[in-house]
Structures are given as structure tokens and as C-alpha cells.
Design a protein around this ligand. Structure first.
Ligand code: PMP
Length: 407
């Protein structure tokens, strides 16, 4: 497909045929999790019907099939992120586990008392709490890059926070609460001038835009499979070879060792060193299938289509009297957040649900982001490649109806 064919894309997602409260389902909760194309569902079924085994290649035929499928998925992830090699890809449970792995394993070795860790004001709790825990344990300082009233990173303030004690900078590429796209490339370069490592949280970016970790030049990049049309329970850490090399293991167990005696254990090289125990083999394979699906459509095509959808939705929302957009950065992706005068956010969510429209109302695990914008909660419709202009029309019409009823 060269051109983006929305009707054809929608046919690929069986759940879009569901009816909810007498209406066709309109799934606008993509920032929480995405729906799965038939290709991913079929791939899981095929795995369990024809390939299922633990991954000890040499053991027998099915072990070889399962190992190949798992390692093929790793290669697909490497291509998806434009990593240098599949050895730079570690499978974990999701973005949360990915960040905890880096904070615990890399952080415990490289963060000392008085060192500084920088995050931004618009992080998901998953990119705040692990660093707080590490800072408390080590006597390190957690510093926070402020944002402006639109929810955009203040680069001048960031520059002031950077200093030779900065060991790592960890920030999101796209805010899950405000939709802000951060100037990630520039932020990485700035951190590197001070010798700091950089982690980019790609949880909200991967489904919306092409990712190139080599051009970003980040040291670590993490994401969750379930936000990119793959199953839950599988996620990824990309690490530059030298960054992974300087990271000790986190969990100990099978698969991550080269040799064990009671005196001493020799660890495997990355990525095996970080994959103790039996991993989520089938869902990794499912992630590979999701990436194939996206490759077929093309991330650049998806980004172009979604941008039009976001602009259209923003314009539509602003026609609703008393609606205030939360997060008005110039560059946004995927997420629209708002409050509606006269209504609690959960009332708006419930009203939309009655019409079959799924959005999230709440703090979206990003309380500092919303508080910076002067609210505790928001209503958050969020987009994916299968959302149509008609979905947006239905959302806007439902909000107009609610406003008219309530007023
Ligand atoms: N970071 C961001 C920006 C997110 O949006 C999310 C999920 N909402 C996470 C991290 C955590 O992802 P998970 O819950 O899949 O581990």
C-alpha cells in the first residue's frame, strides 16, 4: 500500500466490529492500549499450534522453531527501531519494566551519592518513580526540566540543569497526558555534551512515527508492545552496545549465565544477560507480527495520516463551548486532552461510553503533567492508525450533545 487506505486498515482489526451500548465501538483509548490486527492474533495461534517450546535451540525440532521465531522477532524490533544489531534488543515485560531495569541495573552501578538524574515535568509515573527510588537509595539528586504553559520542554532551563554531575537524562518522546512531542534529538545531544547517558521513553511514540535510534543517538530506548498493536506483557529495551556492556545483570537465573559454580557465575553477553528465566516467547513473536504489519503500511504513511486526524480533531474539539484543551504544544502526536466546563471528567467519559466511544478520564499516570496545566484530571481521546474522520465526528457530536443537555 502506498496510499493510506483507512477502510482496509479497519478491516484488519476485528474488534472494531464490536458494539457497545447499542453503538459501534469507537476506540479512542489508544494511549492506554491499542487493538490487535488479525495478523497478530493469527500469529499467536500459529505459534501455539505449531511452534510452542522453550527456547533451547539444540534440544529438538520445536525448540528450534520457537527459538527461530523468538530471535526473528528480535531482528524485526531491531529493524523497526533502526538499531545496529539485534544484540542491542532486550525483551522485557513492558516500558515500566524496561525503565526499572535501567534504573536498577545501570543506575546502581553508575549513580553515586551527589550525582544527578534529570527527567522532565511531563513524564509518565513509570519514568519518575524508578528514578526517585534510585535517587533515595543512592543519595543522588533528581532534577526536573520545566515545561511552558503549552506543555513544551524549556530547553534553556534544561541547559541550566545539565552539569558534570549529571549521569543520566531520561525523558519521554511523546507525553501520554498532553501529546507533546519533545525535541528528543536536541535533548540527547545536549546531555551528551556533559557525558550523561540518555534514556528515551518511546511508549507513546512508537505507534505514531518512524523511530531511528541511531539518528536519535540515545543510549537507551524503551517501549511496550501493547501500545504498538502487539500483545501485553512484552516490551523492549534498546541499548547501545557499550551502554548494555557496562550494565550488570538485574535478575539472576537461567538463560542469563555462561557458567555457574557455587563460587562464581559467569554471565552471558547482552542481550541474554538481561533475560533471566523463560521469557514471554509467544508475545515476542506477536510483537514481530505487529511490526511486519506496520512495515507493510509504512510508519511514514501512518504519521502523515494521523497528523491530519489530530489537526481535524483539535479543530473539532475547539468548536465545543467551554472546552479547554490541556496540552497545546506546536508538535503533538496521538493524544488530545481536555476538560469541559460544568462537567467532571469522569462524567464526560461515562457519557461517551454510553455512545460506544472509549476514552480515558483520569490522571493518566502523569499527575505532575496535569497539575502543571492546572488540573487534576482530564478526558483523553487518543488516536491510532485505524481511527477514521468519522470517529472524530462522532466524538465531537457526542460532546456537543452532552454540552447542550447539561447547559
Ligand atoms: N511511559 C509512557 C509515556 C506511557 O504512556 C506508558 C503507558 N501508559 C508507560 C511509560 C508505561 O508503559 P507500561 O504500562 O506498558 O509498562
Amino acid at each position: 500500500r502506498n496510499q493510506f487506505d483507512i477502510a482496509s486498515v479497519r478491516r484488519d482489526f476485528p474488534i472494531l466490529n464490536e458494539r457497545v451500548n447499542g453503538h459501534p465501538l469507537i476506540w479512542l483509548d489508544n494511549a492506554a492500549t491499542t487493538q490487535k490486527p488479525q495478523a497478530v492474533i493469527d500469529r499467536l495461534k500459529y505459534f501455539y499450534e505449531h511452534e510452542n517450546s522453550n527456547i533451547h535451540r539444540a534440544a529438538h525440532e520445536l525448540a528450534a522453531r520457537a527459538t527461530d521465531a523468538y530471535e526473528d522477532a528480535r531482528t524485526k524490533v531491531a529493524h523497526f527501531l533502526n538499531a545496529g544489531s539485534s544484540k542491542e534488543i532486550v525483551f522485557v515485560r513492558g516500558a515500566t519494566e524496561a525503565i526499572n531495569l535501567i534504573a536498577q541495573a545501570w543506575g546502581r552501578r553508575h549513580i553515586q551519592q551527589g550525582d544527578e538524574i534529570i527527567i522532565s515535568w511531563i513524564e509518565h509515573h513509570a519514568n519518575i518513580v524508578p528514578w526517585q527510588m534510585l535517587a533515595a537509595e543512592k543519595g543522588a539528586k533528581l532534577r526536573v526540566i520545566p515545561v511552558d504553559d503549552d506543555g513544551q520542554i524549556l530547553l534553556d532551563e534544561y541547559e541550566k540543569l545539565l552539569n558534570p554531575r549529571t549521569r543520566i537524562v531520561s525523558f519521554t518522546q511523546v507525553s501520554n497526558a498532553l501529546g507533546t512531542v519533545t525535541p528528543a534529538h536536541q535533548m540527547v545531544q545536549m546531555a551528551h555534551r556533559y557525558g550523561a547517558r540518555v534514556l528515551v521513553d518511546g511508549a507513546q511514540a512508537v505507534s505514531h512515527m518512524p523511530i531511528d535510534v541511531q539518528s536519535l543517538d540515545c543510549d537507551f530506548y524503551v517501549f511496550s508492545g501493547h501500545k504498538v498493536f502487539a500483545p501485553t506483557g512484552i516490551g523492549v529495551v534498546y541499548g547501545k552496545p557499550d551502554a548494555l556492556e557496562e550494565m550488570p545483570p538485574w535478575q539472576g537465573g537461567g538463560n542469563m549465565i555462561a557458567d555457574v559454580t557455587f563460587e562464581k557465575t559467569v554471565y552471558q553477553a547482552p542481550p541474554s544477560r538481561f533475560e533471566a528465566g523463560t521469557g514471554n516467547i509467544a508475545d515476542a513473536v506477536g510483537l514481530g507480527a505487529a511490526i511486519d504489519y506496520l512495515d507493510h503500511i509504512g510508519m511514514a504513511n501512518i504519521a502523515r495520516y494521523e497528523h491530519e486526524l489530530l489537526v481535524y480533531a483539535t479543530r473539532g474539539l475547539l468548536t465545543i463551548p467551554g472546552l479547554r484543551l490541556i496540552g497545546t504544544a506546536k508538535e503533538k502526536a496521538g493524544v488530545l486532552s481536555f476538560v469541559l466546563e460544568g462537567f467532571k471528567t469522569e462524567e464526560v467519559g461515562a457519557a461517551l461510553n454510553r455512545e460506544g466511544i472509549a476514552v480515558r478520564s483520569g490522571h493518566h499516570c502523569a499527575q505532575p503533567s496535569l497539575r502543571r496545566m492546572g488540573v487534576e484530571t482530564s478526558v483523553r481521546p487518543s488516536l491510532a492508525l485505524y481511527n477514521s474522520f468519522e470517529d472524530i465526528d462522532a466524538l465531537i457530536a457526542a460532546l456537543h450533545r452532552l454540552k447542550n443537555l447539561g447547559a
